[in-house]
Structures are given as C-alpha cells and as structure tokens.
Design a protein around this ligand. Sequence first.
Ligand code: SAM
Length: 327
Amino acid sequence: ASARVLQSGMRLPPMPTIRELVKLYRLQARKQLSQNFLMDERLTDKIVKSAGRIDSRDLVLEVGPGPGGITRSILRRHPQRLLLVEKDPRFGETLQLLKECASPLNIQFDIHYDDILRFNMEQHIPDTSQRIHLIGNLPFAISTRLLINWLEDLAGRRGAFRRIDTCMTLTFQQEVAERICAPVGGEQRCRLSVMSQVWTEPVMKFTIPGKAFVPKPQVDVGVVKLIPLKRPKTQLPFPLVERVVRHIFSMRQKYCRRGFGTLLPPEDREEVAQKLFQRAEVQDTMRPFELTVEQCLRLAEVYSEHLVTRPEVAAYDYRAPKNVEVL
Ligand code: SAM
C-alpha cells in the first residue's frame, strides 16, 4: 500500500490495503447490516472530495466506516477531528489499526460502536466551533430514515445542525438519490424530493457502479451532497410539513386535492379542501409531482391555519378503521 502525502506534508504510514485487511480479519460482509465495501481508493477519494473543502479546523463524522476505506480518504484531508460511528464491533481491530497509524497526524480520532439512529450528537459534539461534515457510505437499510432524521434535526437546528453549514455527503441506492434531487415535474419527484428540498439543496455528485462494491449490490449507488439552505423555506414544524407532504403524495397520479383531502374529515372535506386550495393559491387539479416546494409549503401553511380553528382535525386519521370509506 502506498504512503500518501497529506496536505500538511505529513504522511499516513504504509498500511495493508482494505482488501488485505478484510481477508486477514475475515470480515465477511453482513447482509443484515447492508454491508458492501468499497475497496477502490480513487472512489473513496472521490466521495470525500464531493464533500468540498475539509481543513484542519473541521470535524468529520463518518457513518459506518466498516473496514475504513473512506476513513483513509478522510484522514488524507487532515481534519481536526474524526468521529466514527460504526454499529458492527467486528471492525474494532481494523479501525484501531487505522487510529494508531494516524496518531502522528495529530487528528483527534474517536471511534464509537453505536447505532447512528440513536447517536447523541449534542453529547459527542458539545462544542460547535468546528465546522461539521457528515459523510457516509450508508447502509441502504437505514439511509432514507437517517436522512429524514437529519432533516428534522436541521429544521429544529439540533444535533449536528446547531450549525447551519453542516453538509451531508451520503450514498443512496441510485434510484433514491435521483428521487432526493428530482426537480418539479420529474418522473422521480416524490415526498423525499420535497422534504429534502425544503431545508437543503441536494446535489447529485456521481454514480458508483454496483460492481465497485464487495459484495456487489443489486443496484448502482448515487453520491449526493445535501447543502443546508441558509434561509430555510419555512418555519413550520417538521412533523406538520412531513404530514402534509406525505398526504399530498399518497396518490401520486391523482389530482393533488385527493391526497391532500385525506388530511380532512369526510363530513366537510370537499368544501374545506376547496377553500384551503384557494387560500394557498394552488390549483387543486395539479398532480403532486407538478407542485413546487413553495406550493407544497403554502398548502402546509393553510392546513396549519385551519388547525387553529379546528384543532381536532390534527388527530384525524383517514386510515383508522372507523373512517374507512371510498375516497
Ligand atoms: N464505509 C465502508 C465502505 O465504504 O466500504 C462500509 C460501508 S457499508 C455499505 C455500511 C456500513 O455501515 C457497515 O460497516 C455497517 O456495519 C455500518 N452500519 C450499518 N448500520 C449501521 C447503523 N445503524 N449505525 C452505524 N453504522 C451502521
């Protein structure tokens, strides 16, 4: 394995390749943890490069480092602190080896064997003076859920998003990556596109062919960088926006009033929906995928205003058995 010159002029000492380590420690990929390893250094470098400039005042949190391919690429960018969150303790020896090799670089190197979905950012990153980069070749099984959790943190300026300049550079199944970035009217436009675009500008960076991973997944993988908007497009609470957008897109091919209407009890649904669409200045015969983020947010806004006079509507669930009906 080659030693690399770092920006600071320091080098990572020669180490066995990731492929050699995986073999040496018999790190068979576990399906239930969606483990697919990247062995190609050019690709791991490219992922980290997608995160933009990383300098010696920055903190990088890597999700699911596994045997440490991306981790090496991050170390070569020489952040001030590297925080790894890995659920599978079998990677203990390889990550420890990496930590020891990196010790001359003076990077604060912390490893946590934990589930990222339960990881307490405030506790582990108490100080917000460092810029934070969230990077990860995510397990497919949790990638969408993690993104939604982080968008909620961003909306509430919590966790890693107490700073508004925390960017996420993450991998998704190619199809999911396309949905996140899908423009208005696009075939892939869905709830995830709108939710991502309310609080961030998602940028599709590049595609990694499935065959670059070991073992090879069924699908290609998209690398997306999500840049938080300096001025979020709404101040409405995340759960409310999420609820409205979920309902709008629940009937993707129908007029948007159909899905939106399911937020409202059937007694006066038609009448109330019509009034709310008028107030939002949105045409109720548009299809959900034709709506801009702003139009979705105006619908969330008028729904939220409606709840002020009709608070009981917030609890209405059209799927609840007593409300079963033909829409
Ligand atoms: N970063 C490595 C690479 O690119 O070769 C491994 C990527 S592999 C697709 C996903 C990694 O995430 C695995 O190491 C897996 O153990 C880890 N992982 C799975 N679920 C996790 C969770 N909930 N929290 C933290 N890590 C998780």
